[in-house]
Write a protein that binds this ligand. Sequence first.
Ligand code: HPA
Length: 275
Amino acid sequence: MKRLPGYPEALKAAKYLRSRWRERPRVGIVLGSGLGDVVNQVQRAIRIPFRSIPSFPRPSVKGHSGMLHLGTWAQKPVALLEGRMHLYEGYTPAEVVFPARVLILAGVEILIVTCAAGGIAPQASPASFMFFSDHLNFQGANPLAGAHDARWGERFVDLSQAYDPELRLKAGKAARAQGLKFSEGVYVGLLGPNYETPAEIRALQQLGAGAVGMSTVPEVLAARQMGARVLAIATISNRAAGLSQRPLSHEEVLEAGKISGRNLVKLFGALLPVI
Ligand code: HPA
């Protein structure tokens, strides 16, 4: 049986990154579907394909190319992951969170996770941001389950403030200063890969979900176990199923990602200097 990438593999990958870049990244950024344009903002970047990093899984979905960008953005040393692994592709939870874990081992203290999502709350309109205040994990999987390796952190991780309130406040201020539309709300993570049914969206609405997507939750769980502070940002690409007349398509998500990518550049430009 193939050995799952665990702590020794992550340490080896982190050491490899440290050998390629003398600086310690402070902020790690995980980019969601179609948000790839953001990577051009990283200055003096060292770009490392995922396939060159020991034990890194390879992404397969369209719009994710699998590149790690190490460099500075707004004077902050950052590590930016372009291309993420999803549970719906068949990756194990341990594979999905491996890149985020490696970045944290390499020095990242703040993890910013972005994702495309469908808007459920009325204020979660297309092209706006939703900063996660909390989440519902409905993915049926958890990277913290299974044999416990105490080197990652505690077995029973407290999630009463999974999303750092101070980071969220600063993100809101940065968005406001840039004239960007945003809201705060609960993200519900589903397995996918199908978009939801209108009945599912009505049910999730009842449960207090503000936006819906197929990612992010695993990385957040792994980061919180390791003690990193987390900010998660949904870029709303569409109204969720049944809330608008249009059928949903991945092309539409990628198209909306281009606008959101430009907005993310503005947001990060204002946010990174103050975190
Ligand atoms: N549902 C789930 N994931 C998504 C959506 C959606 O409507 N839009 C972008 N990612």
